[in-house]
Design a protein around this ligand. Structure first.
Ligand code: KPL
Length: 317
């Protein structure tokens, strides 16, 4: 059944696996969606060939979505889904600053720091955050495969009891598209839990070039994960987050349930793309320094991943 609200105009910013997955699934559910890509080549290909979604059952469906490159600006919409990675966010700020005050933005980045960046150009009432566990693999500029079902949590950063109507309509549409979407009162605690999972799984898988599940096959990598967890939990406590044994178990469970996944950081390293390590481990190191909490393991991994992805030492800021 389609949601009652039909005046939602979604603009998906980012033509990576997550952006293409959400664009295709929302469009298939009948939602008006436009896609904004980094390159004009991808935008042209999407316009000419359409967007192809391979569902969990292997079936391929073509979806027609308007697409344009970011250099042409942001098309009109009332909800902007930011699916680009953290390193690509600063370049979007001038375009976001020009949005109508009634427009809402949902940021889907891993790590931390994006909420502060967005606050530079958007009002508090415009900014929402999401964390999702849907699996997606991009096969080409116009083809995406849905590789696993998950949930989509969306809401304001800090606790609010009132529901924004645009975000509520989006949650309804996502549900109509078959995505288990939840409107959360506060995303900050969820973002911290995701940060910890990413801070343990992503750099180790990127360093050793192994799928997520392989981290659990070896007592040394498991031990490293646990030590990274202890450091991160102390920093999280300084930030007012309650992190305990259940969170460690949850991270182990994520590793198991995504065992065949190549983490996003490993994929970035393989593609010679900038990674999100500065917003993940780098954030923990920075906050640890402010709090006087040593984070030698996170700092070492930060440097190693920066070196591995060709960004060099000393740029961690
Ligand atoms: O979010 C992820 C990522 O790869 O960025 C995990 C949870 C580690 C799944 O691969």
């Amino acid at each position: 059944m389609q949601p009652v609200t039909s005046d939602l105009q979604v603009v998906v910013v980012g033509g990576g696996s997550v952006g293409l997955l959400y664009a295709a699934r929302l469009a298939l559910a009948g939602q008006s969606v436009a896609v904004v890509t980094r390159s004009s080549i991808q935008a042209n290909q999407l316009m000419e060939q359409g967007l192809w979604l391979q569902s969990l059952d292997g079936k391929k469906t073509k979806v027609t979505v308007p697409a344009q490159p970011i250099e042409a600006g942001l098309p009109t919409g009332n909800l902007y889904l930011l699916t680009v990675k953290q390193p690509d966010l600063p370049a979007l700020l001038p375009a976001l600053a020009g949005l109508n005050r009634s427009a809402r933005v949902i940021a889907l980045q891993n790590g931390m720091g994006h909420q502060e960046l967005l606050a530079e150009v958007l009002a508090d009432t415009q900014c929402f955050f999401a964390i999702h566990t849907e699996g997606a693999r991009r096969h080409s500029a116009t083809e995406v495969e849905h590789t696993g079902t998950g949930t989509l949590r969306v809401g304001p950063w800090q606790e609010s009891n009132s529901k924004d109507p645009v975000i509520a309509a989006f949650v309804d549409w996502a549900s109509a598209a078959g995505i288990a979407a939840i409107y959360e009162k506060a995303m900050e605690p969820h973002a911290w839990k995701k940060l910890l999972a990413n801070a343990l799984i992503n750099p180790l898988t990127a360093l050793f070039e192994i799928p997520n599940g392989a981290l659990l096959d070896n007592p040394y990598t498991q031990g490293l994960m646990r030590d990274l967890f202890e450091e991160a939990a102390q920093v999280a406590a300084f930030a007012g987050q309650k992190i305990g044994e259940a969170d460690w178990q949850e991270i182990v469970a994520i590793c198991r349930s995504t065992s065949r996944n190549l983490s996003s950081m490993l994929q970035d390293v393989k593609r010679h793309r900038p990674t999100e390590v500065q917003s993940i481990n780098g954030y923990l190191v920075k906050l640890g320094k402010q709090a006087g909490i040593p984070t030698p393991l996170h700092e070492t991994l930060l440097r190693v991943i920066l070196l591995k992805s060709g960004m060099g030492i000393g740029k961690e800021g």
